[in-house]
Design a protein around this ligand. Structure first.
Ligand SMILES: [Zn+2]
Ligand SMILES: [Zn+2]
Length: 169
């Protein structure tokens, strides 16, 4: 879904779209869209700057950082974004940079692709590191079993650093 500058010439336009599960490709290993993504809001233009404001909800599945089990997360994100034409940006980069309370991005061509906006917002809403639960024991570094489900006989490697510190006293 392309929101073009031309379409906004006569005034703000509401949008309300649903992208089916797996429609959005996050291009991040282990991250999948497992429920429809619903995005709605309003787009408007101030000269050649496109302003997109709204919210989205979806559900994603990713890997636990410790045990690699799938973790399902509901995503809800509100956004207020400004996009300038890429040819007017001095550096030509597409990074979204903070602009006070809002965020500023760039678009190339005729306008902003709504799927890309949604993708970016989902990625921004996710934590740097996801664990299936706070006390996840992770995988055994020696034999690789999931220590949440099984116990192995491997000897601990290195030991607890707190004990090592005490021994050095
Ligand atoms: Zn885990
Ligand atoms: Zn083991």
């Amino acid at each position: 879904v392309l929101i073009t500058l031309e379409a906004l010439e006569d005034g703000p336009l509401p949008f309300d779209e649903v992208f089916a599960a797996s429609k959005i490709d996050f291009a991040v290993a282990g991250l999948r869209q497992t429920a429809p993504l619903h995005v709605q809001g309003t787009a408007s233009a101030i000269e050649r700057e496109i302003h997109i404001r709204g919210g989205l909800t979806t559900q994603v599945e990713m890997e636990c950082a410790r045990c690699l089990d799938p973790v399902v997360r509901a995503v809800k994100s509100d956004f207020d974004l400004f996009y300038q034409p890429l040819d007017e940006s001095p550096e030509g980069n597409e990074l979204v940079v903070p602009k006070g309370e809002e965020e500023l991005g760039f678009y190339s061509g005729e306008g902003v692709v709504l799927e890309d906006v949604a993708k970016e917002q989902v990625l921004l809403s996710l934590p740097m590191r996801t664990v299936c639960r706070e006390d996840c024991k992770g995988l055994c570094p020696t034999c690789g079993i999931n220590r949440n489900r099984e116990t192995c006989q491997c000897k601990p490697t290195g030991g607890d650093p707190r004990w090592a510190a005490l021994q050095n006293l």
